[in-house]
Design a protein around this ligand. Structure first.
Ligand code: 5AD
Ligand code: SF4
Length: 477
């Protein structure tokens, strides 16, 4: 590494899909000789924005940030700005019209083109825009610089064949493309060899995995295959669609020792007419049936969800049905969203858009209600012994309180007391003594501490400057 190496900073908006793409962007840039900017610095020689288009304020945030960067760019003409991700795929030329000082615009299907586009923009002294319509190369074959040493995302499919009327994603990420099972498992094994002990399988609709390959039950089989990987402690996945959620997946979850008892399954609405208008082809009863079967098979499973309020045509009665499902499903956590009109989606053209003040009022009620239920669920955990995988990012108050943090098997965030500093990737069994709406607390020393190979690898990475960058080059096929 020379002192003259150009620095980079990748800022991510949006979901895990985007966060994972950002790891690939960082990996590509490191492979090209760029170095990550020092912690906390807001500026770098190359600024990359990986954008989201799923809800309104993403656009405003991006254009606001780009506006502020215009002045910086005047001061440092060598600086390059690149915009990628879903919003770039959607706005395309609009980005350069509104912010001509941007150097590179790239889409969701050609993440791998970033280094070449940066180089071309520099040599030709001209902004480069390259958006392609379908996936050129599965992004998992690109190098990655992972955010964590012990926990990794593994993409199993990209795109989505559903046509939910509120959602812009199918238009931006295209139809579903499944990744070959051997490639997925090879990546999982390579990650474990690198020190990973937790993987999260990623896809827009993970349990549709296999449709493209014409394989029934492929997702359940994939979960069971992950159970055979030595050294892999925890397997998670996100997100399933209730339509495709079959009982073989519940069985695989319950019977595979390292698949965690947590299901994040978007509900969106509890009203059948609204689900129909959303073109989500399940009904509240089916959703609750899945919840019941999951809880029967895994009594300590946690269930989390996404809910939209104020979809066009939503009446107070429809909204009440959503509250009913929330009460019946007893969600451990719910991400709640105000419906946001996405131009180009069918719902944007629908009549009976709900007035903003009505959406806002329902949102407040839904949020309070989901929080109350989540808190009750958490209180029920007091007295239980839970296994916590220590995380790399300390909780906000950890430094001051000598607490450490991590996730329980059911994905609950746990802050626990421990005099000894555990290493990220180690596992502590602790007893829950307090509950808050969004986390659990365990006072008193852990009952068991298990030092893991992931922890060992993290420790040796601390003393070796060469590996401190967490660079991991996953094998190319
Ligand atoms: N408005 C509000 N929320 C939305 N989501 C997706 N599209 C919209 C929209 N137009 C939410 C859904 C999805 C989550 C990722 O974002 O709840 O599950
Ligand atoms: Fe993720 Fe959806 Fe945003 Fe794209 S639009 S980044 S898929 S949340």
């Amino acid at each position: 590494m020379t002192t003259s190496a150009r620095t980079y900073l990748v800022r991510t908006f949006g979901c895990q899909m985007n966060a994972h793409d950002s790891e690939r962007l960082a990996g590509l840039l490191e492979e090209g000789g760029y170095v990550a900017v020092a912690d906390e610095s807001p500026l770098a020689d190359v600024m990359v924005f990986n954008t989201c288009a799923v809800r309104e304020n993403a656009d405003q945030k991006l254009y606001g940030t780009l506006g502020m960067l215009a002045a910086e760019k005047e001061k440092h003409p060598q600086m390059q700005i690149a915009v990628g991700g879903c919003l770039a795929q959607k706005d395309r030329g609009e980005i350069l019209r509104r912010a001509p000082w941007v150097d590179v615009v790239f889409g969701t299907h050609n993440v791998g083109a970033l280094p070449v586009l940066l180089e071309r923009a520099r040599s030709q002294r001209e902004s480069q825009i390259e958006i392609v319509e379908s996936l050129e190369i599965f992004p998992s074959t690109l190098p990655a610089k992972r955010d964590s040493l012990h926990s990794a995302w593994v993409s199993i499919s990209v795109g989505c064949n559903n046509t939910c009327t509120f959602c812009i994603v199918p238009a931006l990420r295209g139809v579903e493309k499944d990744r070959n099972r051997d490639e997925i498992l090879n990546e999982v094994r390579a990650l474990v060899a690198d020190g990973v002990n937790e993987v999260t399988l990623l896809g827009q609709n993970v349990n549709a995995y296999g449709v493209e390959l014409g394989e029934q039950g492929a997702f359940a089989r994939l979960l069971r295959d992950c159970g055979e990987v030595d050294g892999l402690e925890r397997v998670r996945f996100t997100s399933p669609h209730p339509r495709d959620f079959t009982d073989d997946v519940i069985e695989a979850m319950a019977q595979t020792h390292n698949v965690m008892p947590h299901l994040h399954m978007p509900l969106q609405s509890g009203s059948d007419p609204i689900l129909k208008a959303m073109r989500r082809s399940y009904r509240a009863e089916r959703y609750l049936g899945i919840v019941e079967r999951v809880r029967r098979a895994m009594p300590h499973a946690s269930i989390t969800t996404d809910i939209i309020v104020g979809f066009p045509g939503e009446s107070e009665e429809d909204f009440q049905r959503t509250l009913d499902v929330v009460a019946a499903a007893k969600f451990d956590m719910a991400f709640t969203f105000k419906y946001s009109k996405r131009p180009g989606t069918p719902a944007a053209e629908m009549e009976h858009q709900v007035p903003e003040e009505v959406v806002a009022e329902r949102y407040v009620r839904l949020h309070a209600f989901t929080q109350e239920i989540a808190w009750q669920q958490k209180k029920a955990q007091i007295g239980r012994e839970v296994e916590v995988l220590v995380s790399a990012a300390p909780g906000r108050k950890d430094e001051a309180t000598l607490r450490q943090s991590g996730r329980a098997r059911d994905f609950n965030l746990v802050h626990f007391e421990c005099e000894e500093r555990l290493r990220p990737g180690d596992i502590a069994t602790v007893k829950v003594t307090q509950a808050a709406p969004y986390h659990l607390v365990a006072e008193g020393a852990p009952l068991v501490i298990r030092r893991t190979r992931s922890g060992d690898i993290w420790e040796s990475a601390q003393s070796s400057p060469d590996t401190r960058t967490f660079l991991s080059l996953t094998p190319r096929p």
